[in-house]
Ligand binder design. Structure first.
Ligand code: FES
Length: 114
């Protein structure tokens, strides 16, 4: 498990980009109190999903509005090119821990995982 941040670093309804893992992960504290972690980079172009709009269990990309489900990573449609990875997240003693997906990330053209 990787520690991404503290629960107190998160704001309900907003995302936080974490660069300590590659590719970066976006962590969200949903309005229902659940914590979610997905790859931060949109699968269409190099946009940070942590800066997107969170609503009804999905985050809308800030550039072209594809909406990614926080539980499956699947977008509702184009121009996203595929699903983002979902990482299993849990909160232990106020710290957000994730088990990073071992699947290959779906990154947009021109973006490489460090
Ligand atoms: S960059 Fe996300 S939908 Fe275009």
């Amino acid at each position: 498990m990787h520690r991404l941040c503290s629960l107190s670093d998160l704001t309900p309804g907003e995302g936080l980009r974490v660069d300590s893992v590659a590719p970066p992960v976006a962590v969200f504290l949903a309005e229902d109190g659940t914590v979610h972690a997905i790859d931060d980079t949109c699968t269409h172009q190099d946009a940070s999903l942590a800066e997107g709009w969170l609503e009804d269990g999905a985050v809308e990309c800030p550039l072209h509005e594809s909406r990614f489900c926080l539980r499956s990573g699947v977008p509702d449609g184009g121009p996203a090119r595929g699903a983002v990875r979902v990482h299993r997240a849990e909160v232990v003693d106020g710290e957000v821990l994730v088990e990073l997906s071992t699947a290959a990330p779906c990154l947009p053209p021109g973006v490489v995982s460090a």
